[in-house]
Design a protein around this ligand. Structure first.
Ligand code: ZN
Ligand code: ZN
Length: 246
């Protein structure tokens, strides 16, 4: 796909800021780039074999037990890498330390993967934050990842396709079933924006897939045709759920 002007302009804007304010790598702290080559090389990409639906690694490229027992509403969920090491460090800075330039830098990693998936997309959106969290943070990190992806693929972005209609408690310590219950009914879709569309929902980290599943349900209830999910990283789910990605 030829790189388009809007996407190049967006990158150029960030590169100009890098020139004015030389960055440090969000993963390792090395000077010169917002995200360095060494950190890319150290990051563990999630590659096949994996479940064709939820994208969790398994040995045979078969639908996993969890998806068989309780099929997710999304068509497919994929992630760039395992949540750990440098990428975990970078996501922490991106979310909690206002290093918003990491959005453009890390979205490049996601773009290289999404390109290979051959998903036919009509609209891109991001997992909305609750109002309280949005006010605390001042920005939605998932949106900062989704915008450059939208520019690259020339697929429209809308931050209004989904809204959070109920605050949810932290997912820490919850089982898969509890996570699904916790997220159930948390989102609502704007019907006139999503009807008959194939939609990609972008987020920074997935754990059980409960959040993306709740987004998919809302979008499909709103008339969307298909829903795909893509996250930068994926926390390998543990039954005791000790990983805090909130
Ligand atoms: Zn680095
Ligand atoms: Zn699965």
């Amino acid at each position: 796909m030829p790189v388009n002007l809007a996407y190049r302009a967006y990158q150029f804007l960030w590169e100009a800021l890098d020139w004015l304010y030389p960055p440090n790598c969000g993963g390792c702290g090395a000077s010169g780039a917002r995200w360095c080559l060494e950190c890319t090389q150290k990051t563990i990409e999630i590659i096949p074999p994996l479940c064709p639906i939820c994208g969790n690694p398994n040995s045979k490229n078969e639908v996993c037990e969890r998806c068989r027992i309780s099929p997710p509403r999304f068509t497919s969920l994929r992630s760039y890498s395992v949540f750990g090491g440098s990428i975990r460090e970078a996501i922490h800075k991106f979310k909690y330390q206002h290093e918003i330039g990491l959005g453009e830098a890390l979205s490049r990693l996601m773009i290289t993967k999404i390109e290979k998936l051959n998903w036919s997309l009509d609209l891109i959106t991001s997992v909305p934050l609750g109002l309280v969290r949005f006010r605390e943070r001042g920005y939605n990190q998932a949106t900062l990842l989704a915008r450059p992806i939208s520019l690259f693929f020339k697929v429209p972005f809308s931050s209004r396709a989904l809204s959070r209609i109920r605050e949810t408690r932290t997912q820490v310590g919850l089982s898969v079933i509890e996570r699904n219950e916790n997220m159930s009914g948390a989102f609502q879709a704007k019907k006139e924006l999503v009807r008959d569309k194939n939609i990609l929902v972008v987020d920074d980290v997935a754990t059980s897939g409960a959040t993306l599943n709740a987004c998919a349900k809302a979008l499909l209830d709103g008339g969307a045709s298909k829903v795909y999910g893509f996250t930068l990283a994926r926390a390998v789910y543990s039954p005791i759920g000790e990983i805090d990605i909130s």
